[in-house]
Structure formats: C-alpha cells, structure tokens
Ligand binder design. Structure first.
Ligand SMILES: *[C@@H]1O[C@H](CO)[C@@H](O)[C@H](O)[C@H]1NC(C)=O
Ligand SMILES: *[C@@H]1O[C@H](CO)[C@@H](O)[C@H](O)[C@H]1NC(C)=O
Ligand SMILES: *[C@@H]1O[C@H](CO)[C@@H](O)[C@H](O)[C@H]1NC(C)=O
Length: 356
C-alpha cells in the first residue's frame, strides 16, 4: 500500500498479506500441532491459518524474493549503542509500561539463562547484519536512557503526524529529559484513548526524524499506538481477527502476556525499531525507487512469525498449555510474539525460531 504523504515515510502499512513463499523452506502443516521434541512438556508448535486483516491486502511480495530489491542508499544506520527515550503519551498502567520495557531490554539480554533461545536478542541479530558504508553493523546494545510521562495529554487526545513532533519537542524541553542527538532515538507510545492521524485506517506505527523547526534537532523517532480499544483486529493482529468470518473461521490467538493491545504493540514496536535502526534518516536500507514510500526490512516480513508462514499462515510458533502464543523468549521469563525481519545475507525473512 502506498502512503501518499510526502514526508511520512517508513510506515508500518497495516494491510498486507504476506505470501513470500521463499521466506522459509519447511513444509507447511496447516493447523497441525506437534509436541516439541526437546522436553518442553506443555508447549506445542503449531502454524495457525487466520483470516486476513480487515483492510485490503497488498500482493507486492507474493511468491518470490526476486521481486525484492532491497538496496543500501549510502546513509547512516544506528551503529553506536542505541539510547531509547520513551515518551508515554496519555494514561498508561505501570504493568503495561513494564511489559514494553521488558521487551526493549530483552534486545540486549544475551545471557542464555536470562532469556533462553529463541530469544529477543537472537531476533535482533538479523537486524545487526545491516551495515553502513564503512562496514559498521547496527548495534546490538540498546538501553532505555530516559522516560517521560505526558499523562496530561499536552497536545490533546488527537495527534497528527506533525503534532507527534511537538510531543517530542515538549518532552525534550522538560528537564531532565535530554536531547541526545548522538545516540538517541525517541519512541512515542500513545494510550488506547488517543487517536492518531491514519491510525487503524492506514498505519499502526511509523518512524521518521524530527525537523529542527519543530524540535530544535533532527532526531530519529518512532510512534506506535495501543490499538486495544480502537482497532485490535487491524493493529493487534493476530491477537484479534476481523469478525466477518462469523463463528466458523479460526479465532484469534491468545496473547503471551494477556494484553491484546500491548502484546500487539510489541510486534509493531519491533518492526519500527528494526526499520528505524536500518533507515534512521530514510536514506539507508529500503526497497523500491520511491524514498517517500520506502519498503523496509520489517515491511518485507509483516505477518510472518515462523517457518512455513505466508498465504494466510503466520508460521510455526509456540503455544503453551494456557493457549498463549509466542515465538521469542525475553528477560524475566517473558514471552513475546514478534514478526520476522528480512535477512540481507540469505535474502529471505528470518527469525531465531526457524525450524530448519
Ligand atoms: C502463495 O504463493 C505461491 C507461489 O507463488 C502460490 O502457489 C500460492 O497459491 C500463493 N498462496 C496464496 C494464498 O496466495
Ligand atoms: C524461490 O524458491 C523457488 C522454489 O524453491 C526457487 O526456484 C527460486 O529460485 C527462489 N527465488 C529466490 C529469489 O530465491
Ligand atoms: C555485520 O554484518 C555483516 C554483513 O551482513 C555480517 O557478515 C556480520 O556477521 C555482522 N557482524 C555482526 C557482529 O553482527
């Protein structure tokens, strides 16, 4: 789907049914469950087929990676250790904040006992395969360097793409929230009652960079909204699925942490962080000839979470005895379901839970 706005590139397009048959090489086992072989007693691997997202689907990448011409456009990637600054916009429960922070901190949790494989840090390894023109890889070190709570909705309960930059401007002007124009990225997370231009209709999140005229600096940032009340079947898919299948079709999957909106956001946050890191100024890694509507390393694998995905299947993921579905382990025993990322070496979508 092409988003027509000139300077809002790098958008997570909501409507895409991925049928990249070269994404994986294993056989698809429709709705088949098989016990995990290595002693994980109560968990199963399965590959559910779900109804498509409610918006019309794009067939851009159907069939073959021959169509994918991901290219490097000579700009920087985030090769220094990454400092994330979180802006919580609106009302957030601290349990929701902890869940999102556990996901972000899991990216740099390398200790196997801290997070067994397949882990979030294994997943980020695919992102770290991208380099800049000096050969420097994207950093595997990510820390939460600051948080700002805009619980009084300083710019109202409806945000536009430009007013999100004003939200960042307000946050960086407040002490002690710093402007980190060397290693900082800014992540604006909006609560369930905040509407955002194009949210649900065309996007679930996006990334870009701020304008000096708005914020005083050029800072890479991303926005992701909690879709829990507004459009979970679009942006928290597959934890909510469109209702038109009636009772006859397959149902939604149970989220790993029991929060449809926030568990759904986590895959979108992963998608945006991967793209922000590989294309922070929208002049590094993307496919397509149009830099105002680039197709980036997360877009290429949207909706794909495991081996055998595509054509309505999400790929082989794990389900525990409570029905919770996930594909990655994080710190503190957390589980997450996060989409795969395009691997530039094998030229296919990849993730650490691949079965082959
Ligand atoms: C997915 O792509 C393959 C190969 O192009 C094709 O055979 C298959 O029918 C497609 N499936 C769907 C659901 O479009
Ligand atoms: C995709 O897979 C098909 C069938 O295995 C193969 O013939 C084709 O060369 C592959 N395309 C790419 C780009 O790897
Ligand atoms: C850096 O990227 C190159 C090229 O993708 C890859 O071969 C190498 O393994 C990466 N190094 C690290 C430390 O990730």
């Amino acid at each position: 789907m092409v988003i027509h706005l000139l300077f809002f590139a790098s958008i997570l397009v909501v409507a895409q049914s991925n049928n990249n048959s070269n994404a994986t090489s294993a056989t698809v086992h429709p709705l088949n469950t098989q016990p995990l072989s290595h002693g994980a007693g109560d968990t199963y691997i399965f590959n559910p087929q779900l109804p498509p997202r409610s918006l019309s689907s794009s067939k851009k990448f159907e069939g073959s990676s021959d169509l994918v011409s991901l290219r490097y456009h000579m700009g920087p990637v985030l090769s220094s250790p990454i400092n994330i600054y979180l802006i919580w916009y609106g009302h957030w429960a601290s349990s929701q904040q902890l869940l999102i922070k556990d996901f972000l901190l899991s990216i740099s949790t390398f200790n196997h006992r801290g997070a067994p494989s397949p882990s979030v840090s294994d997943w980020w390894r695919t992102v770290s395969l991208y380099t800049d023109q000096t050969g420097a890889n994207i950093s595997r070190s990510i820390l939460i360097a600051g948080e700002y709570s805009d619980h009084l909705y300083s710019h109202g309960t409806h945000l536009t793409r430009l007013s999100i930059q004003q939200v960042i401007g307000t946050a960086v002007k407040s002490k002690p929230f710093p402007v980190d124009h060397k290693n900082g990225i800014y992540l604006v997370l909006t609560a369930t009652d905040v509407t955002v231009q194009d949210f649900c209709r065309a996007v679930c999140g996006f990334h870009y960079f701020t304008f000096p005229s708005m914020v005083g600096y050029t800072l890479p940032y991303a926005w992701v909204g909690n879709s829990g009340k507004q459009c979970p079947e679009v942006c928290a898919y597959p934890f909510a699925v469109p209702g038109y299948m009636g009772g006859g079709g397959p149902g939604a999957l149970r989220p790993p942490n029991g929060d449809v909106g926030v568990d759904g956001m986590i895959s979108v946050i992963g998608h945006e962080l991967a793209e922000l890191s590989s294309n922070p100024l929208v002049n590094a890694w993307y496919a397509g000839e149009d830099p105002t509507a680039p197709t980036e390393i997360g877009d290429l694998c949207e909706g794909l979470y495991g081996t055998g995905g595509g054509g309505g299947y999400i790929g082989q993921v794990t389900r525990d005895k409570g029905g919770r579905t996930y594909n990655l382990n994080g710190r503190r025993g957390r589980k997450f379901l996060v989409q795969w990322i395009w691997n530039p070496i094998v030229k296919a979508c990849a993730g650490p839970n691949a079965l082959d």
